[in-house]
Design a binder for this molecule. Structure first.
Ligand code: FAD
Ligand code: NAP
Length: 580
């Protein structure tokens, strides 16, 4: 439930906050909770009319998480862990949204959030050492800290199609779905895209629509979710020692726990591999990539899992020509792996049609349909499941000015440059939750969010302890981090295909691997070292005070317990890490 709406408040002008947070998804909510805990005055601005971010906007049919819900949830509150019960192994969008709303209510966050308020500009005032922030509703406020909780997958990608303005029917984007839902009963529906959003929604739209025509540019691998209602016995076991599960999750490259194998796929016999892939397929979902340790490092190893997945598609899809089109020929797991319920099966329905637009792009829209490969496909409604300007899209859409009038978008023209994905030089007191250069989308994101927020809040507390007004990374350390991010990306097969990880889905974007692929625990260790080393690589506007060492107040919980096997840098170097 939103605490306010466009009509009932006057703009805030001249108000001074300790921190302005942009975005009220999981990142903004947790940051606000922690800032409140420090006794700071914080304001959150959110473009949507409610909390939840991704789960507020992505209301398309079939939207659900693909990290198991008992792990895709906040870990900071033992009480919250105990009191919330997930209905399904993979919760649906309404349930995750309800959880976000519950968190916002339970922790008293609503009064500090201004909804339907897009931040339209932010500039660092060097003399006052604070940020001046403006919104579309006329707010003009200042804050010592500007915290970007704008999301990695929040700026929708809406490619332009010739003639789109002539189309008479509605056009929906999965990432900005109407709140009341859409009834496709009896309609001829066109759907563009075959990424995760399309793969989740296609079976459900197919069940309603008169006809469904899917326009596919690149086929994707997808593993069945085998979603089920939550098993009460399993829930009881987890809740009896939730911290143990959380600790095991943090020790994994992905930030979530699943059984995995570090052996090379090439050391197994074909029969052993087949048994292993069958067993992991039966478990389903993203952990399928945990079958062997070198699947994302060695192309020959990867070929074995890709071949298995293609055989599964051919077993499910009855028409061999359609199955051929649905079989990807790129590296398995190179693009974000999809998780489905009945996706490939949908193509066995007579009224579901697959159109290959890989060789010739969609030609144009007409008043009544879509033209591709010279044929017109009649459509009453169109769904664009065309994804997002990932990682930096929501930053690019706000003019953000740092020291010397430098624009962030200009600084990042050749690709984002950050220190640890937390901050960027020339932009003091500017923090990015799950920013580019951090594990972010390669980890279970709520864990990545919590770790970032805890680090940032300890940093802000330390600034208060030593009387610092500003902090920002040193360019030398930022450059070294960017180089390291690129270096580890190069050893992974993930950097080899045209995915949104490298910005390839948006024409004109520089090709840069944006998330940090070295693994969550390795990254956390680095962040902890930077903090315990007195914020090494950062400069503050006061001299370091040896008698006031940083206090790891929140960051403490990110130190892995000794009895947990942490994925070590040595394992990463040896390329024996199932990274999802
Ligand atoms: P978001 O939830 O994206 O929230 C950012 C908020 O910032 C938005 O509400 C937006 O309106 C607001 N905002 C942006 N710009 C402005 C501005 N200028 N002014 C004001 N407000 C602004 N991750 C997983 O780990 N597991 C999953 O299973 C999973 N499933 C996903 C399914 C879908 C359909 C999608 C799209 C993503 C999924 N993700 C998943 C990633 C997901 O984005 C994160 O898990 C998480 O929800 C991100 O939270 P966030 O708060 O960082 O960002
Ligand atoms: P996406 O993975 O980027 O998929 C977009 C699809 O649209 C791709 O198939 C793309 O083809 C196609 N496309 C884009 N422009 C096109 C054009 N002009 N013509 C034809 N096709 C075009 O986006 P998404 O499916 O929204 O998913 C984004 C990410 O969000 C996921 O990778 C995942 O991280 C997250 N997500 C997770 C879940 C979940 O299961 N929990 C669900 C949804 C989303 P190309 O591949 O050729 O570019």
């Amino acid at each position: 439930m939103a605490s306010d709406s466009k009509v009932d408040r006057a703009p805030e002008v001249g108000v001074v906050f300790d921190a302005v947070v942009v975005g009220a998804g999981f990142a903004g909510l947790y940051m606000l909770h922690r800032l409140k805990g420090l006794g700071l005055r914080a304001r959150v601005y959110e473009a949507g009319a409610g909390v939840g971010g991704t789960w507020y906007w992505n209301r398309y049919p079939g939207a659900r998480c693909d990290v198991e819900s008992m792990q895709y949830s906040f870990s900071f509150s033992p009480e919250l862990d105990q009191e919330w019960s997930w209905k399904e192994r993979y919760a649906s969008q309404p349930e995750i949204l309800a959880y976000a709303e519950h968190v916002a209510g339970r922790f008293g966050l609503y009064p500090h959030i201004r909804f339907e308020t897009r931040v339209t500009g932010a500039a660092f005032d060097e003399s006052a050492k604070c940020w001046q922030v403006v919104t579309e509703r006329g707010d003009r406020v200042s804050a010592q800290h500007l915290i970007m909780a704008v999301g990695c997958l929040s700026a929708t990608n809406r490619p332009h199609f010739v003639g789109v303005e002539d189309f008479q029917g509605p056009i929906y984007h999965t990432g900005e779905w109407p709140h009341g839902g859409v009834d496709f009963t009896g309609l001829r529906v066109g759907l563009i895209g075959t990424g995760s959003s399309a793969i989740q929604s296609i079976p459900i739209i197919a069940a309603q629509a008169k006809t469904l025509t899917v326009f596919q540019r690149t086929p994707n691998y997808s593993v069945p979710a085998w979603n089920t209602p939550t098993d009460p016995a399993e829930e009881k076991i987890v809740k009896a020692d939730y911290p143990a599960l959380r600790a095991k999750a943090r020790a994994r490259p992905t930030g979530f726990y699943f059984p995995f194998n570090t052996q090379s796929a090439l050391e197994a016999t074909p029969e052993e591999r087949e048994r292993q892939y069958e067993a992991f397929w039966a478990r389903g979902g993203l952990p399928f990539l945990g079958a062997y340790g070198d699947l994302l490092f060695d192309k020959t190893a990867n070929d074995t899992i890709a071949d298995f997945a293609r055989r599964k598609i051919r077993l499910i899809v009855r028409d061999p020509a359609v199955a051929d089109l649905l079989c990807p020929d790129n590296v398995f797991g190179c693009k974000r792996l999809c998780v489905d319920t009945g996706y490939f099966e949908a193509y066995n329905l007579d009224h579901v049609n697959l159109v290959d637009v890989s060789k010739q792009p969609i030609e144009r829209f007409t008043r009544t349909g879509i033209v591709a490969n010279g044929a017109e496909y009649p459509c009453d409604a169109v769904v664009t499941a065309t994804g997002f300007a990932a990682m930096t899209g929501s930053f690019d859409r706000i003019p953000i000015t740092g020291r010397g009038g430098v624009m962030l978008a200009e600084k990042w023209r050749a690709g984002p440059r950050t220190y640890l994905g937390l901050a960027t030089s020339g932009f003091p007191n500017f923090f990015m939750i799950t920013g580019p250069g951090s594990p972010s989308v390669l980890a279970s994101m709520i864990q990545a969010i919590e770790q970032h927020v805890d680090w940032m809040v300890d940093c802000i507390a330390h600034m208060r302890d030593v009387g610092a007004r500003t902090i920002e990374p040193l360019l030398t350390h930022e450059d070294a981090w960017v180089e390291h991010v690129n270096e580890v990306a190069e050893v992974s097969l993930r950097s080899t295909c045209s995915s949104w990880y490298v910005g390839a889905n948006i024409p004109g974007r520089p090709r840069v691997f944006m998330p940090y692929i070295g693994g969550f625990p390795v990254y956390v260790q680095k962040c902890n070292e930077v903090m315990s080393g007195g914020f090494e690589g950062f400069q503050m506007d006061v001299a370091p005070k040896a008698d006031v060492p940083p206090k790891v107040r929140q960051t403490e919980r990110w130190r892995a317990p000794l009895d947990i096997e942490v994925i070590s840098p040595a394992m990463v170097a040896a390329r024996r890490v199932p990274v999802v």
